[in-house]
Design a protein around this ligand. Structure first.
Ligand code: ADP
Ligand code: MG
Length: 233
């Protein structure tokens, strides 16, 4: 399915929030690397998909009503066997039922577990005055508590992308602080430019949140993605 078809399908089902599986398909289409992610509608299907994708895998609740999946026990990492996948499937559904009984659940997403890297966040939101704006920062508390983030108005120039990555206070972490793996800066810049182009091409997208993207010395991988569409009409 192309991203236009994905948008139409979501709208037809009365949603403006794309599922993680849909959001990752959109990113893949625009050339942003993502972890291979499939939707399982039953425990048996989750086990089969895990076998197809190859272990270790991660299971996550798939629901357009759940915004922060890990906050309600909706994410299980590091699953190395069919038994672990089966147990995680049941636990996730039980956790969500307990924490958010009214959530409409599509099933559980099954995806490859990515190797550890530096967690960064890339986002797009719309400013009432300036229109689409891109955001870049380091994952976790650096973004949420310390607000160590860079913003630029779309369309981004190459120079904007280069500056965004370098102007956050945590930039030394990306250069490889104390033996940590450095991040491949050109991949980060390139992804910011791709998101900028996409924001221009697809004005029906209201918000994007790639949180986190794992940055490696030779590239990057988005492991969680959220896309919100504008209200129809
Ligand atoms: P949430 O909805 O809570 O943001 P995420 O999908 O971001 O859920 O998962 C929570 C955390 O689990 C991420 O911040 C990341 O550290 C880790 N994680 C998620 N997916 C993967 C994956 N495929 N491989 C490795 N780590 C992952
Ligand atoms: Mg996330």
């Amino acid at each position: 399915m192309s991203y236009n078809e994905i948008f139409q399908h979501a709208r037809a089902s009365g949603r403006t929030l794309l599922t993680e599986v849909e959001a990752k398909a959109v990113l893949e289409e625009i050339g942003v690397p993502v972890t291979k992610t499939r939707l399982a509608r039953s425990k048996e299907e989750a086990v089969r998909l895990a076998g197809e994708l190859g272990y270790p895998v991660v299971l996550k609740i798939a629901s357009a009503d759940v915004v922060h999946k890990s906050d309600i026990g909706g994410v299980k990492l590091g699953l190395h066997s069919a038994e672990a996948v089966g147990a995680a499937y049941d636990e996730i559904l039980a956790n969500v039922k307990q924490a958010q009984p009214s959530a409409r659940v599509d099933g559980v997403s099954v995806q490859n577990q990515a190797r550890p890297g530096t967690e960064v966040v890339l986002g797009m939101s719309k400013d009432p005055q300036f229109g689409p704006v891109l955001m870049f920062g380091l994952g976790g508390i650096l973004v949420e508590v310390l607000k160590d983030v860079a913003f630029r108005i779309v369309p981004l120039t190459k120079r904007d992308a280069a500056q965004m990555v370098r102007e956050i206070k945590a930039y030394p972490v990306l250069e490889g602080y104390r033996g940590m793996e450095p991040a491949h800066i050109p991949s980060l810049e390139d992804t910011l430019l791709k998101l900028s182009e996409f924001a221009e091409q697809a004005p029906e997208v209201r918000e994007m949140d790639l949180n986190p993207v794992l940055a490696y010395k030779d590239g990057l991988l988005a492991v969680d993605a959220r896309i919100v569409l504008e209200d129809a009409g």
